[in-house]
Design a protein around this ligand. Structure first.
Ligand SMILES: Nc1ncnc2c1ncn2[C@@H]1O[C@H](COP(=O)(O)OP(=O)(O)OP(=O)(O)O)[C@@H](O)[C@H]1O
Ligand SMILES: [Mg+2]
Length: 397
């Protein structure tokens, strides 16, 4: 209790002395201004008498008698004129100003005072013995972060803010944990399918393949395809796992985006003879980033355009400056997507049309990888797609 009174007194002394000093300072300047004005007014009014006091001499040096007369005249003027009245009025004005300044300054200093008070309160808390901290510690000990809906709560109103912040952090950790768990479960599920297929064909080979040439060929082809799919999936999983744990180096440098798209375009036309590739390139577009990762992004987009558009259609690659930012895009005239699908395509393992994507060897990780890369470059995607018309996905760096 006495501690509290002591703290309040400290507080008053602090604000009081600063406010008083400021108020006195401004009152002093007001007093000075009044004084100068008074002297000027009185001198102007009493000019004829002063002149007489000078003994009528207004030019040339006055003699000792004239100076004596002048002093007497001045004294008379100051004592008899309305000096008294002026003094009273000015006194009241200065007093009012002093009080107003004092209140205003104290008001303005209030937040500072509260901060000082809070800091003092904090420094007075002994964490080892303070009951509230002990309660908080117990509540944290009892909290099980994995338990859905469990929150930190001590019931102490003063700790509400702190509890809110901790609970928000736990919520975010829980979301990240759930995301990670879902990723592991999806990955295991995806790996189970090719393993089951390979095992099925191996069993078939074992039973009938030794004699039957047709079964032998079918099984070998299927095992090859499935192991390729599995290898592709494992590589994608490794990329994302390394990325999540910060082990994928991103080596940025200035490079020609135009040249990068030219290379990707000629490489795609060479590999894929079922589509025609056209490059719509603005010359001299440069970017700052990891050229091999951005090339991988372009390849992922091209792979999708190829996979989700019919044979003998055109795929247009473009590179340009968009609103002063380097941008590249891949456009196809394929199956397209509705807006519901567009909202999810960057999620891990998402496939807009599960059966169709699965049959084309899609795992739903390509765009998640592309997003990871583009995020590391502070860039963004723009998706324009219509069902059965086509898709254009642009990357703006
Ligand atoms: N150009 C496109 N046209 C139509 N649908 C597309 C296109 N690009 C992506 N999609 C849809 O978005 C989904 C996610 O694409 P993403 O590249 O991430 O996975 P994927 O192609 O299925 O598999 P992979 O991991 O092998 O790339 C696809 O399954 C497909 O449904
Ligand atoms: Mg893909």
């Amino acid at each position: 209790m006495s501690d509290k009174t002591g703290r309040t007194r400290d507080k008053r002394i602090r604000t009081g002395s600063i406010a008083l000093r400021i108020a006195l300072g401004s009152a002093f300047f007001l007093l000075l201004a009044f004084f100068v004005i008074d002297v000027a007014v009185i001198l102007i009014e009493a000019w004829p008498e002063l002149k007489a006091g000078f003994g009528g001499r207004t030019n040339g040096l006055p003699g000792p008698e004239a100076v004596q007369n002048w002093f007497t005249a001045c004294r008379d003027v100051f004592l008899t004129r309305r000096f008294d009245l002026l003094l009273k009025v000015e006194g009241v004005v200065i007093l009012v100003k002093l009080v107003m300044d004092l209140l205003r300054v104290r008001n303005q200093l209030k937040p500072l005072d509260e901060i000082a008070q809070a800091a003092m309160d904090l420094s007075n808390i002994d964490v080892a013995t303070d009951e509230r901290f002990a309660r908080l510690e117990n509540a944290i000990d009892e909290l099980s972060p994995a338990e859905e809906g469990a929150v930190l709560s001590t019931g102490d109103a003063e700790l509400e803010g702190l509890e809110g912040a901790v609970n928000k952090m736990i919520g975010r950790m829980r979301d990240a944990y759930k995301q990670q768990a879902r990723f592991v479960s999806d990955a295991s599920h995806e790996l189970r399918t090719p393993i089951a297929v390979i095992k099925g064909y191996a069993d078939m080979l074992d039973r009938w393949g030794k004699e039957d040439e047709a079964i032998l060929e079918e099984s070998i082809a299927a095992i090859k395809t499935e192991s390729d799919n599995m290898q592709h999936l494992v590589e994608q999983l490794l990329f994302l796992a390394r990325g999540d744990s910060g082990r994928t180096p991103v080596e940025k440098a200035d490079f020609s985006l135009t040249d990068m798209m030219k290379e990707v375009c000629s490489e795609s036309s060479m590999i894929d003879e079922t589509h025609t590739y056209r490059l719509d390139a603005e010359e001299g577009v440069t970017a700052y980033g990891d050229v091999s990762l951005l090339k991988q992004t372009a390849r992922i987009l091209i792979e999708n355009a190829k996979k989700y558009s019919p044979e003998n259609t055109e795929i247009v690659l473009a590179v340009k400056q968009k609103d002063g930012r380097p941008c590249f895009s891949v456009e196809d005239s394929g199956i397209g997507m509705d807006s519901e699908a567009q909202a999810h395509i960057f999620e891990r393992f998402y496939r807009a049309d599960d059966s169709r994507a699965r049959s084309s060897g899609g795992t739903g990780l390509g765009l998640a990888i592309a997003k990871w890369i583009v995020d590391r470059h502070g860039g963004r995607f723009e998706v324009l797609s219509r069902k059965d018309i086509g898709t254009r996905i642009s990357v703006i760096l």
